[in-house]
Design a protein around this ligand. Structure first.
Ligand SMILES: [Zn+2]
Ligand SMILES: [Zn+2]
Length: 63
């Protein structure tokens, strides 16, 4: 079985979580990828996807 994570670590641009180190939302659920840029090796997890985008940009976290 081939895991997607083995072809490159994706890191969230919002909080820095990864496939192997997912963050936990307020409901106790592991985050998932809301968007992934595989070529860049970056993604946006579901926890960060609900944050205001301008907040991410203000912190320089959104490309
Ligand atoms: Zn995140
Ligand atoms: Zn996350």
């Amino acid at each position: 079985m081939i895991s997607e994570t083995e072809c490159g670590q994706i890191q969230c641009v919002g909080c820095g979580c990864t496939d192997v180190n997912a963050c936990i939302d307020l409901g106790g659920n592991r985050c998932r990828w809301a968007a992934v840029e595989e070529e860049e090796g970056i993604g946006l997890c579901t926890n960060c996807a609900v944050k205001p985008l301008d907040q991410l940009i203000a912190h320089g976290l959104f490309p």
